[in-house]
Design a protein around this ligand. Structure first.
Ligand code: SRM
Ligand code: SF4
Length: 562
């Protein structure tokens, strides 16, 4: 921490509850960009200014400004939308974005390549379909995650409803969004923000709700987590977690990924009060000088867990009981058809790195559109960037199955490693990317899968995740194998997640090129094939076999070489 006041704080304070000069920036047709302050404020409205990094040099050589466009991220609690909403999501992507839809690791969708003049029509179109983008980004609570597989229908419906209510409860209250994008009446007098105040949170804030035994939402990597506790399929409460996060900075040992701590057990009726108390504690105690150290994980490290819990209890008026025992067995999705307790079915489709488009003979975008036209249930985006066609009535199962086959959407012939893998967006849109991820990972996986086949371990699902930088958007620090971009064509290799999101991976080798990654994995695969016990996961094996030591306390031992 250098003690300097962070400029983002004064931008927020000056913004008149997130209005800034966004309307002027939008009206300025001389540039495709926003004013620098508005580029910060726009995030709270759900969109980021970006430029096409593939075209930077060419544009510079022609004395043109960068090719600016915008990425917009919707708010979609639990990733749930109706088929009618999907049809809008699809049409908007085709007409106003770059022709694709990007499913994200937080169960929502993004559009890339939106030109400035198309932003307002786009926001209006999704809002007409009852989807907004408030808090898609920015220093507020982000999209709330919830396990997407409703096979325990009654319990899931109840838990999902809590995820939706948390999302509503923690929304900013400013009318700026409605005023600017939906032509709402300007607020008479002064707007207000009772929960956030005029500088909002020090940093982004993420919440997830998980239903054991599936940890596909990676609940321990969130600032705030709720684990549903059920008795005979009836929700009796939640174990509450706080202080998880992935983002790090290469070579900066004051930054580290962290799994959330357990605060204790609460009853369902206390959820909103506790969520608000955790959020306001972070609002008041979080670091507002250094954005690199501003997430709740660092606040808890600084305050100490007991002091943090005491604050939350005082603010919420809720006393935590002892956490209930829970067991998670997986952090991946289950593909194909899965029956629900109410007789309906879910079909989970593999969406490579979340990109919905028609490519290489696999007409994913068109196929999903046709399915949406026939389907009467729901769509659910998973936190692994896949899509569940959910609640398909038994009578419609054959119709949907035939469409999925016709458009080649079924995951059946894909390898176990690929199905358990995810990659972040990275180049060409992400300004933070140091290396490729989404565009390169499939090609690398072809080679990794061949290696796995050579060692006869290709039927073992290994959770592999790639990101273009250490911000950790595909949560590589809880993967069994995490590849984190270091520079063009270079990645740090992390090992040792447990396949259920309960153990951090640790840096194993730095700055590897493709040949070195494959060489290193080949050695490890050989060892795994020879020495692992039946059913032992790769991540567990590398820890047991002494390849990597588990992280005990990330603030102290994450950066220790082992
Ligand atoms: Fe992320 C920033 C994409 C999930 C940690 N993330 C970004 C930006 C907006 C780059 C930027 O700063 O301008 C990326 C936009 C790329 C693009 O062109 O679309 C970006 N993050 C994504 C998505 C789309 C990755 C994906 O391929 O699915 C995910 C969108 C989630 C959503 O729908 O809300 C996404 N980002 C995550 C996650 C995973 C999660 O939340 O479960 C993390 C790690 C968890 C965490 O927050 O600790 C994550 N993103 C970051 C960080 C590091 C934060 C930190 O504490 O240090 C940044 C950088 C920042 O905030 O300054 C970042
Ligand atoms: Fe961009 Fe880095 Fe996030 Fe990948 S991990 S999307 S490169 S910020």
């Amino acid at each position: 921490m250098d003690g300097a006041v962070n400029p983002n704080e004064s931008i927020k304070a000056r913004s008149r509850f997130l209005r800034g000069t966004l309307q002027q920036s939008m009206a300025d047709s001389l540039t495709g960009a926003l004013s620098p302050d508005d580029a910060q404020i726009s995030k709270f409205h759900g969109f980021y200014e970006q430029d096409d990094r593939d075209r930077r040099i060419e544009r510079r050589e022609r004395y043109l400004e960068p090719y600016y466009s915008f990425m917009l991220r919707a708010r979609l609690p639990g990733g749930v939308c109706t088929p009618a909403q999907w049809l809008t999501i699809d049409s908007v992507g085709r007409e106003l974005g770059n022709g694709t839809i990007r499913l994200t690791t937080r169960q929502t969708f993004q559009y890339h390549g939106i030109l400035k003049h198309k932003l307002k029509p786009l926001i209006r179109r999704i809002n007409q379909a009852m989807i907004d983008s408030i808090g898609g980004c920015g220093d507020v609570n982000r999209n709330v995650l919830c396990n997407p597989n409703p096979e325990h229908s009654a319990l899931h419906a109840e838990v999902y409803d809590w995820a939706r209510r948390i999302s509503e409860h923690l929304l900013p209250k400013t009318r700026a969004y409605h005023e600017i994008w939906l032509d709402g009446e300007p607020v008479a007098g002064t707007d207000s923000e009772p929960m956030y105040g005029n500088t909002y949170l020090p940093r982004k804030f993420k919440t997830a709700v998980a239903i054991p035994p599936h940890n596909d939402v990676d609940v321990y990597t969130n600032d705030l987590g709720f684990i549903a506790i059920a008795d005979d399929d009836r929700l009796i409460g939640f174990n509450v977690l706080a202080g998880g996060g992935m983002g790090t900075t290469h070579e900066d040992k004051t930054t580290f990924p962290r799994l959330a701590d357990e605060l204790g057990f609460i009853r369902p009726q206390d959820v909103l009060a506790v969520a608000e108390a955790v959020l306001t504690t972070q609002r008041d105690f979080g670091n507002r000088d250094s954005r690199r150290h501003a997430r709740l994980k660092y606040t808890i490290e600084r305050m100490g867990l007991d002091a943090f819990i005491a604050q939350v209890e005082t603010r919420s008026g809720v006393r935590f009981g002892p956490s209930r025992p829970v067991r998670f067995v997986t952090q991946g999705d289950r593909f194909g058809w899965v029956p629900n307790a109410d007789g309906s079915w879910n079909l989970t489709l593999y969406v490579e790195n979340g990109r919905v488009e028609d490519r290489d003979g696999r007409r994913l975008m068109s196929g999903l559109r046709v399915i949406a036209e026939q389907h009467h249930g729901e769509f659910r985006i998973t936190a692994n960037q896949n899509l569940v066609v959910a609640r398909v009535a038994d009578a419609y199962k054959a119709v949907i199955d035939e469409l999925a086959r016709e458009y080649r959407l079924l995951a059946e012939r894909r390898g176990s490693i690929r199905l358990a893998s995810i990659a972040c967006v990275a180049l060409p849109t992400c300004p933070q990317a140091m290396a490729e991820a989404e565009r390169y990972f499939p090609e690398l996986l072809d080679k990794i899968e061949r290696l796995a086949a050579e060692h006869a371990i290709d039927d073992r699902a290994i959770v592999m995740r790639m990101t273009g930088c250490p911000n950790g958007c595909a949560r590589p620090f809880v993967a069994e194998v995490g590849l984190v971009g270091k520079g063009p064509g270079r990645y740090n290799l992390h090992l040792g997640g447990d396949g259920s999101g309960l153990r951090l991976a640790r840096l194993y080798r730095k700055n590897l090129n493709e040949g070195e990654i494959l060489e290193t994995l080949a050695e490890l695969f050989a060892r795994y094939a020879e020495r692992s016990e039946p059913g032992e996961r790769f991540g567990d094996f590398v820890v047991r076999d002494g390849v990597i030591a588990p992280v005990v306390n990330p603030a102290e031992d994450y950066h220790v070489d082992t």
